[in-house]
Design a protein around this ligand. Structure first.
Ligand SMILES: [Zn+2]
Length: 353
């Protein structure tokens, strides 16, 4: 016997593809032994030398799967997202606290900084402001600006599933704390999302390579409301077929941090930023003191499946399981083998494996 450890959402999806026992056995039967060692494409060395010095803490939150949190970050403060268990994609929205109409513009950021902004780059806001609102000053993480947030549409269109965790509705609930409406959600900066170019030049999502302790940190260039959320996708390789908690902190920036942020802004333009014009009718963001978080589709319930498998399939599993990614976590490795096989059969996300 072997146990496939799932949550109820994953169980419901697999059951819609076929008999779960048959899926596990077929996935193991078709699995190929992996080479003994592969290189990790992500550097584990912190990019910013300043991260070894402690800063004055302002706020700290652990974001549980299926949740997000709106966090105020004042100009000059550091916003940091850190992996606890690894493997986790995090979506990030950003709004100007002084005017909710100004927000992160992922397309402009992609155009100005490339598809994968990292340390030394800045995040740009929408027109008519179009200015750097945060600077990335350190991190060991990949980012992506190409893929839109996962939404009810994605799970319905590609997986035939409705009523399950998704970044759209998690963001909606988190930003509600500051009176932002569902239509205020904007394209997310995808933190820890590992993307590459597919055979036809199209962007594809690869397995998540974030390890415990991997992080990314920003300096706020104006007072902002940042809204990170644990990506609601537990069906694909985006977060390696699971959802795991992440840590979010706000700290006071030190002079060295502000200098790095200033350098990033300087590098972001060649000949200077346009003159600032006041945009009348500012709509400041304020916290709703009556807000109580009520994230949809929670709690996630365990839905393990015991599967009868022949000894030769157990041997196959031990040869095929991805120890580079999952170490000795056999549950995660079996979930990966089974769910990626099922998705491939479904043809939904064939290009992203
Ligand atoms: Zn998502």
């Amino acid at each position: 016997m072997i146990t496939l450890r799932l949550n109820h959402q994953q169980h419901d999806f697999l059951q819609s593809v076929g008999d779960i026992g048959d899926l596990v056995r077929a996935a193991l039967q078709s699995s190929a032994a992996v080479p003994p060692s592969r290189s990790n494409p992500v550097s584990r060395t912190p990019v910013s030398a300043h991260t070894s010095f402690s800063r004055t803490p302002v706020a700290a939150h652990v974001l549980e799967p299926g949740t997000g949190k709106a966090v105020e970050v004042r100009a000059g403060q550091i916003f940091r997202v850190t992996q606890i268990e690894g493997h986790q994609c995090v979506d990030l929205n950003v709004f100007a606290l002084g005017d909710r109409r100004e927000r992160l513009h992922c397309g402009r950021t992609r155009g100005m900084q490339g598809r994968h902004p990292g340390p030394g780059d800045v995040l740009w806001s929408n027109a008519p402001w179009e200015r750097p609102i945060m600077a990335i000053i350190g991190g060991t993480a990949t980012t992506d600006t190409q893929f839109p947030f996962c939404s009810r549409l994605i799970y319905s269109a590609f997986f035939g599933r409705a009523g399950r965790t998704n970044c759209q509705e998690i963001q909606n609930e988190a930003q509600r704390e500051y009176g932002l409406d569902p239509w205020d959600i904007h394209e997310s900066l995808n933190l820890f999302m590992h993307t590459a170019t597919g055979p036809d030049g199209e962007p594809v999502i690869r397995r998540n390579v974030a390890r415990p302790g991997d992080y990314i940190e920003f300096v706020a260039l104006l007072d902002v409301l940042v809204v990170p959320n644990v990506c609601g996708d537990d069906l694909t390789n985006c977060s390696n077929f699971g959802m795991r908690p992440v840590r979010v902190t706000v700290e006071e920036g030190r002079p060295a941090d502000l200098a790095e942020a200033g350098s990033a802004v300087q590098r972001s333009v060649v000949l200077g930023l346009p003159d600032r014009h006041e945009v009348p009718g500012a709509r400041p963001l304020r916290r709703d003191p009556t807000y109580e978080a009520d994230f949809p589709y929670l709690p996630l319930r365990p839905a393990d499946v015991r599967v009868e498998v022949a000894p030769d399939l157990i041997d196959r599993f031990h040869r095929a399981r991805n120890t580079d990614l999952y170490g000795d976590d056999e549950d995660a490795a079996l979930r990966d083998l089974t769910m990626s096989w099922a998705i491939e059969r479904l043809g939904a996300f064939a290009g992203n494996a």
